[in-house]
Design a protein. Sequence first.
Length: 461
Amino acid sequence: MRYAAFIAKVPKQIIIQMSEPKNSSATRVRIAPVTKLSGDFQLPGDKSISHRSALFAAIGEGVSQLSNYSSARDCQSTLDCLEALGVRIRRGPELIVIEGAGLDGLREAARALDVGNSGSTIRMLSGILAGQNFTTEITGDESVRRRPMKRVIEPLTLMGARVESSEGGFAPLKIRGGNLKAIEYEPPVASAQVKSCALLAGLFADGVTTVIEKTPTRNHTEVMMRECGAAIEVTKTEAGERISVAGRNPLGALGRYTVAGDLSSASFFIVAALVVPDAELRLRHIGINPSRTALIDALKTIGARIEIENPRVEHGEPVADILARSSDLKGDLELSGPVIANLIDEIPILAIAGARTDGTLTIRDARELRVKESDRIRSIVDNLRRMGVEVEEFDDGLRLRGRQRLLGAQVDSFDDHRVAMSFGVAGLIAEGETEIVNADAASVSLPEFYRLLAASGANIE
Ligand code: S3P
């Protein structure tokens, strides 16, 4: 049965569960080319903001009611870990209710915490664990256990936590926290997760903790700290941004908090609308924090028809509706330097847009992609080549000429959600059918991806 027809009969809740089979390696999805897409919908809450909303709600005082909390498997992992630390959470279909335990209310977990595939959970939660007077073991799936953790071990150790890791600085981590002292810290990598880890630990430390950021990264932690009444100060200096937070001040609850739709998830639909010949997609209530919008700005420079409608600010976060339409993409796009941190998660889907412009797409200074959920430079290059696209691979990026034919082929998600979804979009404009192996990886950030694409007119089986 055609996926679109099949899912039309199944309630949404069940589809989300179905897309999480025990053995995700078995899932395959076939996508046929289309000439038309149309849709007008909302997306689940931003993954970055959802993680943070749960973490802050857990260590705040009072009850927080989170709506539009992300359905991403990663964000469920954050809730699982918090529950294991004694936080009371009620998960309804519309609302996640979290009873704040306060800064000192977490309790020792009975077993090791498992973050699944979520690098954000392990890195940010480690900051909170470093503030606890007990020991926690925290680990994740094979991909998380390959991801660099020295970047969080270093600041936490400097603050006085004892952190054991596997040889080379990998998870599992064993964190013995408590009695933290404030530090001034300049992370060696541009990473919002590392910044957030140090600032979260700073909430538990005596004194004022400062993170100095040379290259700006997403600032959702800073925005949310303000929402919870933390004593946070951000100043711009020649050396970069100085973000300071005073420790040991009780945090307020988030109260009723609606998470803005996920711009990184939206980017797959935005690019799909740009590259399919007759397409118009309107995505409602999407977070457009400027620390996340470089993809839109970059695409506009090559003629993308993307409009930002009804801009507003909610809970300190800019939000808008986004309209994307078929576009004649023209010109070269060369991205390197500080802008890379702003669109790091969007590079896989940008590569698909790059195959459509009449110029050349070049990405440099993106070595971080090598240590994401998969080695994303490798995953993108490998899959593009399988689709017959000529692409040059660099240690820190890639280059491809536009207006190349994409041939339907069997591609692999490499168990990476953003790779699965990017090649789902590539399948819409390929000649012939595209099959994605391990397609269910998409559930890590957007379990609804194939359903929404099918509802917009894609042929997915
Ligand atoms: C995230 C920060 C980025 C990003 C990830 C989410 C966050 O990671 O790639 O998907 O929520 O802070 P890094 O901090 O490792 O760059």
